[in-house]
Design a protein around this ligand. Sequence first.
Ligand SMILES: *[C@@H]1O[C@H](CO)[C@@H](O)[C@H](O)[C@H]1NC(C)=O
Ligand SMILES: *[C@@H]1O[C@H](CO)[C@@H](O)[C@H](O)[C@H]1NC(C)=O
Length: 510
Amino acid sequence: MKQGIVLQWVSLLSIFALFPLSQTQSFDYGEALSKSLLYFESQRSGRLPHNQRVTWRHHSGLDDGLEQGVDLVGGYYDAGDNVKFGLPMAFTITMLSWGVIEYGKQIEDAGEYNHALEAIKWGTDYFIKAHTHPNVLWAEVGDGSTDHYCWQRPEDMTTSRQAYKVDENHPGSDIAGETAAAMAAAAIVFRKTNPHYSGLLLHHAQQLFEFGDKYRGKYDESIEVVKGHYTSWSGYMDELLWAALWLYKATQKEDYLNYALNNAQSLGGTTWAIKEFSWDVKYAGVQIIASMLLKEERHKQHMQILQQYRSKAEFYMCACLDRNNVANVQRTPGGLLYIRQWNNMQYASNAAFLLTTYSDYLQATHENLTCDKGQVSPQEILSFAKSQVDYILGSNPMAMSYLVGYGPKYPQRVHHRGASIDSYKKKKGFIGCTQGYDSWYGRQGPNPNVLVGALVGGPDGNDGFMDERWNYMQTEACTYNTATLVGVLAKLDRLKGDCMWLNQSLIASS
Ligand SMILES: *[C@@H]1O[C@H](CO)[C@@H](O)[C@H](O)[C@H]1NC(C)=O
Ligand SMILES: *[C@@H]1O[C@H](CO)[C@@H](O)[C@H](O)[C@H]1NC(C)=O
């Protein structure tokens, strides 16, 4: 309680002291882009390749799936622990792929194309292994409860590595849908450079969508251990529409489009108006993709339903832009979109991506976004998205970059097992479950390894941030926080210098 008051006082002070200065800051988005892609190497599970650039990590989880007789080596740890959670992992890959689909050219110009594709493939290679039968998907390795009793490097793990699956009798339409979406989106990414692999991904994606659609259920009802960690609060209806639209984009098959049109209402696509987009709730993404189909002449025949999707997409974007009459997204005094206390940064970073993508669409179709409070031009939308990225990179009352390893000041005590303990390469001796808590978790000093490119949970509603390892709501990073940032950073990197209008006039005036 006492600490909370002190923190508010500090952030009030710093708003006046620092914010006017930081508005004129300019950022090296190219450097931030390169760093963001490094982060995915820190989160790798499995046997690390020779070209691994994050050298403080080593092989881990090499027996994953062994007890169940299935090879589940690989994939990503989602955050600061050592569990492989399938739902957020799949969402991470969907969003990384979407970033490459929209901004592949810019990522290529920045010299990061291969790294981006490697980050995607590390996920999709794992999904191929995890999808062992048309109607079986391995959805999790390890469990949150036993993992959280231990503070161990992944290289030392002694926790349970039990694997959990969904199948016909234990359905999981949300995880099947999201994994289908991830593989379909990645299939588009790999179409040119690796057509065989692209075809393989598409094959899996189609089967997974069919499985998820036919055997309906929430995966956390089938896999109880995921509850409290990645419960699917929004259910599976959003993921089914999301998967159908990604499959339509990947195959151009009318069946998938018709699914999204015919089920638009029953699955909530044209009825839900929601202010947040996340690993759990995908409606805004569904609605934005559906809206953008209107760009093509052949989709005009579906105008009526696509317009309904569009009005909900516009609700989301106008809420972010503070242009709805009611129901806007709250902002911190420093201008960051604020949804909730725990890992708020994911919502800001996701919004920046969706807004940037839609701004490009409006630019191409010579349209404005129409909100209750008036028209918003594509430039204004992009300026606002940029303001969120700039906040992340240091233009904020704490003058803190929430992208670890970027800029002069960034979080030193990221809540992350591997990063907070000496590297396995340096200190090969085994570090036990509670020994990690005793010797490393409680230390005052900075983490021995910098988790470069991680986007942490970020500040509270008053722009306050406490850089403490125990403060997991603010100092833990997740793969899906950074995933949506990649494309936006590439876009901003290629814009720099030639856009006078791209300034923070929106923040200043709001
Ligand atoms: C878009 O809105 C701006 C004002 O923000 C206005 O000047 C412009 O004419 C509008 N463009 C279109 C195509 O409606
Ligand atoms: C910022 O953008 C606004 C238009 O949105 C423009 O009028 C203003 O001159 C710009 N300021 C700078 C410093 O570029």
